[in-house]
Design a protein around this ligand. Structure first.
Ligand code: S3P
Length: 177
């Protein structure tokens, strides 16, 4: 019943390492909706990896492309096309224009996690240019504090703890109902 009532994209925002992509994928499966990873869509559009975009064009250009790709993903000719789950990169919702766009068109869910979880999860994959600039724990701690006010604009807040992801997914489902 819940799945049928959804008429807008569900957009997951929050720090790198909170599990936006894996939680999003599980959520989409349960709701029988398509799942899209915005970072992957950006890489496909640019035919470059995120790291290459940062290296060659800089972060500002990445943020601009990110906003355009997310805008396109959220749009659809009809309700059917708009029904999907989108995981965004951690900085997307911090960009004021992208944030306004997401808030106006989506059901926005902020996923948060403690710093140890972020450090542990991001260490599994060394693809994030922002974490190559110094000590990952320091960078994550700083970004998490700086970005908190932006993320807090999302109407739904979920803490993704160390427990099973299924529990986090269940919390999200409860909140969007
Ligand atoms: C970023 C997070 C990344 C990716 C890019 C920048 C950020 O996405 O978009 O490396 O600014 O927090 P994930 O949150 O999926 O790691």
């Amino acid at each position: 019943a819940l799945a049928r009532r959804i008429d807008r994209p569900i957009v997951l925002v929050g720090m790198m390492g909170t599990g936006k992509s894996s939680i999003g994928r599980r959520l989409a499966t349960l709701l029988h909706l398509p799942f899209v990873d915005a970072d992957e869509a950006i890489e496909e559009a640019a035919q470059l990896t995120i790291a290459e975009i940062f290296e060659r064009h800089g972060e500002a250009a990445f943020r601009d492309g990110e906003r355009r790709v997310i805008a396109r993903l959220m749009d659809g000719a009809n309700v059917h096309e708009r029904r999907k789950v989108i995981a965004t990169g951690g900085g997307a919702f911090v960009n004021p224009e992208t944030r306004a766009l997401i808030l106006s068109k989506a059901i926005t869910v902020w996923l948060d996690a403690d710093i140890d979880t972020l450090v542990e999860r991001t260490a599994r994959k060394n693809t994030r240019p922002l974490l190559r600039q110094g000590d990952p724990r320091e960078i994550l701690t700083r970004l998490r504090e700086e970005r908190r006010p932006a993320y807090a604009e999302a109407p739904i807040h979920i803490t993704s703890g160390r427990g099973p992801q299924a529990r986090t997914v269940a919390r999200v489902l409860k909140e969007i109902d």
